[in-house]
Design a protein around this ligand. Structure first.
Ligand code: ZN
Length: 505
């Protein structure tokens, strides 16, 4: 394995282990000495030149934290560290230990701040396109079925299937939602998740809804072996609690296509399934999977689905696999203005990648972890070291020692370390909302961080996101890259090796 936790993380974690078991609240002391800081940095620098792996990638795993901007990383890192009794800042999320990273420009061809359809299309087809469009080129117009018919784009999974690999999707969002759908559907409108949303013109021009396209692709030679997520309602007719107006039960028709194809609807079925062969459609919720703190014991989490998917994908006749894993609800937590939800969903992604790192071989597997776009989360306010991530800011005194009480602003109120620029947590200044922050309440699951601009749904952010990678050709990621370049590095890794026999087309 190529990876080692950074020297800094090792030194700081061992220094902080003495603190394990403490409440993640002040005062927790960092016992790292000045020579230890210096030595850990020195060690990190000495280890900073990992060897480039120029073998052809047999396997590829693309992990997408939907809406996981860099502030989300930092906040989730501190939050996760504090869950383990550490101060938090010195902690590393699993994917932050990968040896290669880059900044990614996320704009769509028609939008400065992007949406997930255009960004995922860039990641998995190598073409930037318009917001709202799934794996159809920029020549099409959004919602205009006819304009897209001649401009469908081949995807990373098309290439993997042509190479004889097994392919799979795991997501906590609806399977018909933008990020997973870009891998199997071609649609000029991301909202055509089921036929009830198709316009009359789209139907007349023979555009298929996204759920239908998932079933259609299963009839082809390039069918996905594993598709796990939520969104059952788009596969069921209205009289069975679904959204479909064509009265089709797509789950029944999918199972009838082939006895090797099975549908799973809960965690127990997932754990009992013989995943050594066959094609598996897992629909574990009517819409998106519930947030972590709202899931019951019959609903699998991201890690449960990832373990099961990898079991199936590893039965691949030696030809390898391609897997996309999406933590889809980071984005939704942010849209709802809930730092608690966004950080907990990010933590689940961290744990899933940690498990992957213990169960895959980076000699022949390219692992890429990135986000499609950012959000308006900010982390600010001069909190003292180890201040609870969801808490109100407690600063340091003039001598740099933690104050005994939280900082009150000139308006008399407290403020939290993380906030949003816009969204449902916006304060009404006239009503005195700004000063109403309660230190206890701020850390609860249903608290909405304060925002400036009132919007029902907090928006995406337009700044670059981070990408982390390890494995074959991961060293090609670096600097500031356009989002569609990511596809081309993945393509290169799947088709090229170091013997000079590149067959890249
Ligand atoms: Zn979003």
């Amino acid at each position: 394995m190529l990876l080692k936790p950074t020297a800094l993380a090792i030194a700081l974690t061992s220094a902080s282990l003495l603190l394990a078991g403490c409440e993640p609240a002040l005062p927790v002391k960092d016992s790292t000495s000045s020579p230890q800081w210096f030595a850990s940095g020195q060690q990190a620098a000495n280890n900073a030149a990992p060897q480039a792996n120029t073998s052809k990638a047999k396997n590829i795993i693309l992990v997408v934290g939907d809406g996981m901007g860099i502030t989300t990383h930092t906040a989730a890192r501190i939050y996760s560290g504090q869950q383990q009794g550490l101060l938090g800042e010195e902690f590393s999320l699993s994917f932050e230990t990968l040896p290669y990273s880059a900044l990614i420009k996320t704009y769509n061809t028609d939008q400065q701040t992007p949406d997930s359809a255009g960004t995922m299309t860039a990641l998995v087809t190598g073409h930037k396109t318009k917001a709202g469009i799934l794996s159809v080129s920029d020549q099409a117009q959004r919602s205009d079925c006819a304009s897209g018919q001649q401009h469908k784009l081949a995807t990373l999974f098309d290439l993997a299937e042509q190479q004889g690999k097994t392919t799979g999707i795991v997501t906590t969002a609806r399977l018909t939602h933008a990020t997973p759908a870009a891998l199997y559907a071609h649609s000029v409108e991301r909202n055509w998740e089921s036929d009830n949303k198709l316009s009359a013109a789209a139907k007349a021009d023979n555009c298929r809804d996204i759920a239908q396209q998932l079933i259609d692709q299963n009839n082809s030679d390039q069918a996905l072996e594993v598709v796990f997520g939520g969104g059952k309602r788009h596969f069921l007719p209205e009289q069975e609690g679904g959204k479909r107006q064509d009265q089709q039960n797509l789950l029944t028709s999918w199972q009838q296509q082939n006895p090797q194809q099975q549908v799973l609807t809960n965690l127990q079925q997932l754990q009992q399934a013989d995943l050594t062969s066959g094609r598996w459609l897992g629909l574990f919720s009517s819409s998106h999977l519930p947030y972590i703190d709202q899931r019951d014991t019959s609903t699998p989490g991201l890690l449960d689905m990832t373990k099961a998917a990898l079991t199936r994908l590893k039965h691949n006749n030696g030809k390898g696999y391609a897997l996309m894993i999406e933590a889809g609800r980071i984005d939704h937590g942010h849209h709802a203005g809930s730092g608690y939800k966004a950080l907990n969903e990010t933590q689940e992604l961290h744990q899933t990648v940690q498990w992957l790192l213990n169960n895959i071989d980076l000699k022949d597997t390219l692992l890429v972890v990135t986000a499609d776009h950012s959000h308006t989360l900010t982390l600010a306010g001069y909190a003292t070291r180890g201040n609870p991530m969801l808490g109100v800011v407690k600063g340091n005194d003039d001598q740099g020692r933690p104050k005994t009480s939280a900082k009150q602003l000139d308006d008399g109120g407290y403020y939290t370390s993380i906030n949003y620029r816009n969204g449902p947590g916006a304060v009404d200044w006239q009503q005195g909302d700004r000063t109403s922050v309660d230190p206890e309440r701020a850390q609860q699951a249903d608290y909405l961080q304060q925002a400036l601009v009132p919007l029902e749904s907090e928006t995406h952010g337009g700044e670059d996101v981070a990408l982390y990678a390890a494995g074959p050709w991961a060293h090609l990621f670096g600097g500031t890259m356009e989002q569609h370049w990511v596809y081309h590095v993945m393509h290169h890794a799947l088709t090229s090796d170091n013997a000079g026999s590149e067959d890249r087309d």
